[in-house]
Design a protein. Structure first.
Length: 596
């Protein structure tokens, strides 16, 4: 039986492409039309939804919500540690196994029924035998499947609980193809076997799952465990979002039918125990729905994308791979409907997205880009966490990126990552924090809109929030007269002195709330933070007129009065600040004098 699906999508079974021929085999098709940002389907009853080992004690093991406050994107390492301690206090551990934690008794009861009953005994066994109070997530996932399917046939239990267990076991058997009737999820077992080292891991984890489950490690059971593991590795989605502290795996047999493309028309977001599939581009009725399996690596050059896709064992033949297009070319050929959405973003110059200002005679070829990326990856990491060692690494990276810099190919990796990593470090540095602001503005204008054309994508929304947080810092420095001690660059000082930093923050926060609402949900940490900051700003007196104009713009981007205000007071200073980024970088990591 095919997996049950939410409305608006169907599974297409392509009998002409068998698994062995490397084709897509099954795919997900739209049964109606979707516009960018539309919610295509919600998958709220997954086969498996687990936090990963590292977040097992800082996120509810049922609804997967990290305890609040989640470590913010800009928190320092020590702040993050403190926040994590706080999180652990908020979550109550299962009194029996002390391994799984929950945000409330409702989640705990639900998880008991969803498989923790069997798992609880397993955690206790592992603790007693190996002194270990956690289990690697893939092993935990396989053990859950094995225990549920083994227990279902037993005589134990009765009533509703037993019925539920039987139902879970039936869904697992169908999904993993334990019944003769149907084929299960794609496992690419032969592909996994070809990678000797990877296969050793599969063997080890499969065997561990059998032993931890309390089953006899007979050959047949271990073989089954290895196959289940390959299916999980191939079909489960990683819920990783380092900024909001969420991580783990999510497996739904229906969603698992969605294939990969490096120019996807859809994307997935996670909301507690559900996955939401949304349109990134317009999708026609009958069209295949594709996502990127390798977010955020989709923007990398081809060789790096292939490396990231290795665990899926297929050769990508999407239009981008076939013609080896770079991110500028993908952006230029994006549907007008997606480009137009940037009217409500920081990069409102749509012509720039269509015709980037690359220095054509200096344009760097794809093979040169591949070489730069490879050399960049091969650079030794910073020798220590010391500022000086990080600066050395940044200098080496900046030097490697010179051809891209000369050609003004700002959005080509590894240049944006080089800038972002510096900006992220500078955000928490006493001396450099103000200089992080132009860098973040530059990324939001010159890199992110090219790499991710739809402005509602989470990465872009997060970039806008990062600017707000830096503006709040510089706003405080301005108010306390501290700004000149932290920054000597006259351009930055002048721009900030002239700017209405509060209106800038309000406008950017309204952008975050709008675009975050399209591409994510109210539950998203970034949205929660933005709403809180906005509420704080709304209490400020004496700026009713500015706030009215910002709200006019946020309600209708084409509003003449509101639009003119935001252009002058918000977008222009953001562009001016972004304009100082490259000279600042040249001075800090390129060895050129700022005065020069
Ligand atoms: C999550 S499953 C997707 C559903 C799968 N096509 C099936 O029939 O079960 C992932 C697997 O599908 C195949 N696949 C996904 N995207 C593909 C693509 N663009 N080209 C070829 N195969 C693809 C690969 O075998 C991959 O490991």
């Amino acid at each position: 039986m095919p997996p049950s699906l939410p409305p608006n999508i169907r599974i297409h079974h392509d009998v002409t492409t068998s698994r062995s021929s490397g084709g897509n085999h099954r795919s997900l098709l739209a049964t109606t039309t979707f516009q960018p940002g539309d919610r295509i389907a919600t998958f709220s009853d997954p086969l498996l939804a687990l936090p990963d080992g590292a977040t097992m004690r800082s996120a509810c093991n049922y609804c997967l919500r990290p305890a609040s406050p989640s470590p913010s994107a800009l928190a320092s390492a020590s702040q993050k540690q403190e926040q994590q301690k706080q999180q652990q206090k908020e979550l109550k551990a299962c009194t029996a196994c002390k391994a799984a934690v929950y945000c409330n008794p409702v989640c705990q009861r639900a998880h008991w029924k969803a498989g923790h009953r069997g798992e609880c005994a397993m955690f206790k066994r592992v603790k007693e035998s190996a002194g270990q109070d956690w289990i690697p997530t893939p092993v935990r996932a396989v053990a859950l499947v094995l225990m549920a399917t083994a227990a279902a046939g037993s005589e134990k239990g009765e009533g509703k609980g037993k019925e539920k267990d039987e139902e879970r076991a039936r869904r697992f058997r169908e999904a993993f193809g334990f019944d003769e009737k149907g084929e299960g999820l794609e496992g690419n077992v032969e592909g996994f076997k070809r990678d000797a080292e990877g296969w050793r891991d599969v063997e080890m984890m499969g065997t561990a799952a059998v032993v931890y489950s309390g089953l006899k490690p007979e050959e047949e059971v271990v073989e089954k465990a290895k196959e289940v593991l390959c299916m999980i590795q191939t079909n489960a989605f990683n819920r990783l979002d380092p900024d909001t502290g969420t991580a783990g795996i999510f497996l739904d047999a229906g969603l698992a039918m969605v294939n990969h493309s490096c120019v996807p028309n859809a994307f997935i977001g996670f909301e507690k125990r559900a996955a939401v599939l949304r349109a990134e581009r317009p999708i026609q009725e009958g069209e295949e729905i594709t996502i990127s399996y390798i977010v955020p690596d989709t923007a990398l050059p081809k060789a790096a994308r292939y490396e990231a896709l290795r665990q899926y064992h297929f050769q990508c033949h999407c239009p981008r791979c076939t013609d080896d297009l770079d991110v500028y070319q993908v952006c230029q050929t994006s549907p007008p409907a997606v480009i137009r959405l940037n009217t409500f973003s920081l990069q409102t110059d749509l012509t720039k997205l269509r015709h980037p200002a690359i220095d054509t005679p200096r344009k760097v070829s794809q093979s040169e880009i591949e070489t730069i990326h490879k050399q960049w990856l091969a650079l030794p990491p910073a020798a220590s966490d010391d500022e000086k060692d990080h600066l050395k690494l940044a200098q080496a990276r900046w030097a490697l990126c010179q051809p891209l810099i000369q050609a003004k190919m700002w959005a080509i990796e590894p240049l944006p990552t080089t800038i972002l990593e510096l900006a992220t470090r500078w955000q928490t540095s006493y001396h450099m924090v103000v200089y992080a602001l132009p860098l973040m503005c530059f990324l939001a204008l010159e890199c992110d809109p090219i790499k991710l054309v739809a402005p509602f994508l989470r990465w872009r929304v997060k970039g806008v929030l990062a600017i707000v947080k830096l503006l709040m810092v510089t706003g405080e420095f301005t108010a306390s007269g501290e700004l000149a001690n932290r920054c000597t660059h006259e351009g930055i000082l002048g721009t900030l002195a002239m700017a209405d930093q509060v209106s800038m923050c309000e406008a950017l926060l309204r952008l975050v709330v709008y675009q975050g609402g399209v591409g994510a949900s109210e539950e998203w940490e970034v949205m929660r933070e933005a709403r809180e900051l906005l509420a704080d700003l709304e209490t400020l007196r004496g700026r009713e007129q500015e706030s009215r104009l910002v709200r006019l713009w946020a309600r209708d981007w084409e509003d003449v009065e509101g639009g003119a205000f935001v252009e002058e007071m918000v977008l222009r200073p953001v562009r001016t600040l972004a304009g100082f980024a490259v000279e600042g970088l040249e001075a800090m990591v390129g060895g050129k004098s700022l005065e020069g």
